[in-house]
Design a protein around this ligand. Structure first.
Ligand code: SF4
Length: 478
């Protein structure tokens, strides 16, 4: 699974915001590694730079120095809709006679009615644009109705345009003098606010997908943006308006399991602690006699710590991760993907040999990686391998901003637990229950999206032949 994007925005008079934005994007690199970009305003005009690649390869000192200004937005991208190419890299800059200096948009999520929106924006049928392009086209289309020589406020435009937009989005926008941050009415994807300077005399404001991007620029976490809320920052400070009617919150449960950094704060709690509790609950739910508990790096490690603590079994490292692997080619088949696992992970043979292992991982999607890990541990001499997974079986595709395979490629879809165990070659396997996962996350009933685990989709999908109800008659709409 791959996350769909990281967004960032900063308003900081007197500061070199291109450097702050670089640091913020660097902290959000895990959310997207295909392209990176930023748009910077000096109060009158916007300069944008984006390219394919990691943040550190797209920007250098010379480029950052050329991006002068005191407000900016930035983006790291992994594509879920639209090709992985320069055209679809973000932010998207648009010039509009209705907005002096133009505006720029960056997006995290996935819209579920893109074709309908493209038609509304007057785009040719079949013309494929990434979601951000569709949103900016809608804004431009709205501006076309503005009388010549009149200007419009971007907030007013968003109030008009965003009610048409369905699906998952956390957007940051920029015009010449203001930054904007907004979450969709369900709040699928996270977005938080940070303050630069002291509380009684703020020196600037930051919006980011995750709180470590605030920490790295020296901003103090203020709060999360509410679903449907628009926050703006400009010369008059921070402003908030409930632009869209707030619906039942549906923050992606996989932010807690896998996507967010362990040092991110979501729903008032550090993710590392939430993952450790998943492991503790899993130990109580599915105990096993063993000699060593180990986590699959990186996101399986906190849950493994929790499992060890609750079970009293020793915790140790069993796999070393190569941290210097950049982007590699897309493996063409299962065998090549299995080889890719060996490139990333290598067993610590002395820790493993002769031991009964509890191996804790966050999720199993196709099963290729897990199968290769089990085989690797057995070759390293493990006496037994017991898999404990800190998310329930992944059985349904995501349409809200995560790149997942189709249902027939998901190992858990249509397989019994015993079939999964046999395929993976493990001595035993247990997944955390959805109830226990919700307890760890701190939301026992509503407030989360768990469609890929339960088949209960909170928002209908009407695009690219992906109508959920038609494709998966056994799924339900919340
Ligand atoms: S379907 Fe799964 S991955 Fe997608 S938003 Fe919902 S919980 Fe997250």
């Amino acid at each position: 699974m791959k996350e769909a994007c990281g967004v960032f925005a900063v308003y900081a008079p007197g500061r070199a915001v291109s450097h702050l934005t670089f640091d913020g994007l660097y902290a959000l690199q895990h959310r997207g590694q295909e392209s990176a970009g930023m748009a910077v305003s000096d109060g009158e005009s916007i300069t944008a730079l984006k390219d394919m690649g990691l943040v550190a390869s797209v920007f250098d000192e010379r480029k950052l120095s050329g991006l002068s200004g005191y407000l900016a937005i930035g983006h790291t991208r992994y594509s879920t809709h639209g090709k992985s190419d320069w055209m679809n890299a973000q932010p998207v800059y648009c010039s509009s006679p209705a907005i002096p200096g133009g505006f720029a948009v960056a997006h995290n999520g996935n819209l579920t009615n893109t074709e309908e929106l493209a038609a509304r924006a007057g785009m040719m049928p079949g013309f494929v644009l990434a979601d951000t392009g569709v949103v900016s086209e809608l804004i431009l289309q709205h501006h076309k109705a503005t009388p010549e020589h009149e200007t419009v406020d971007l907030t007013a435009t968003l109030a008009k345009v965003l009610p048409w937009v369905e699906g998952a989005y956390s957007l940051t926008l920029l015009d010449a003098g203001r930054i904007y941050g907004i979450r969709d009415p369900h709040g699928f994807r996270p977005l938080c606010i940070g303050r630069l300077g002291p509380e009684d005399a703020p020196e600037g404001w930051v919006f980011a997908s995750e709180s470590p991007a605030l920490d790295v620029v020296g901003a103090t976490f203020v709060r999360e943006v509410a679903p449907g809320e628009l926050v703006t920052a400009d010369a008059n400070g921070l402003h908030s308006v409930q632009l869209l009617e707030q619906k039942t919150e549906r923050l992606c449960i996989f932010e807690f399991v896998y996507f967010a950094r362990p040092d991110s704060v979501l729903h008032g709690r550090e993710i590392h602690g939430t993952r450790r509790q998943m492991g503790e609950l899993l130990a109580a739910q599915a105990p096993v006699e063993a000699d060593l508990v180990m986590g699959v790096p990186d996101s399986g490690v906190p849950a493994a710590e929790g499992f060890a603590r609750a079970s009293g079994i020793a915790y140790g490292q069993g796999l070393v991760k190569n941290r210097y692997i950049g982007r590699t080619f897309i493996a063409p088949d299962q065998a090549a993907r299995a080889n890719g696992v060996r490139r990333k992970l290598n067993p610590l043979k002395e820790n493993i040999a002769g031991k009964r292992l509890v191996v804790v991982d966050d999720s199993i999607v196709r099963g290729t990686t897990t199968k290769a890990i089990v085989q690797m541990l057995r070759e390293a001499g493990a006496a037994e391998v017991h898999l404990r997974i800190s998310s329930p079986p992944f059985q349904w595709p995501c349409y809200y901003g995560i790149d997942t395979p189709s249902r027939d490629e998901l190992l858990a879809a249509g397989s019994t637990l015993e079939e999964i165990r046999l395929f993976l070659g493990a001595d035993s396997i247990a997944y955390i229950t959805i109830e226990n996962l919700r307890i760890a996350v701190g939301k026992a009933d509503e407030g989360l999206c768990d469609a890929c685990l339960t088949g209960t989709y909170p928002v209908p999908v009407k695009l690219r032949g992906a109508d959920i109800a038609a494709q998966h008659p056994e799924s339900v709409l919340a």
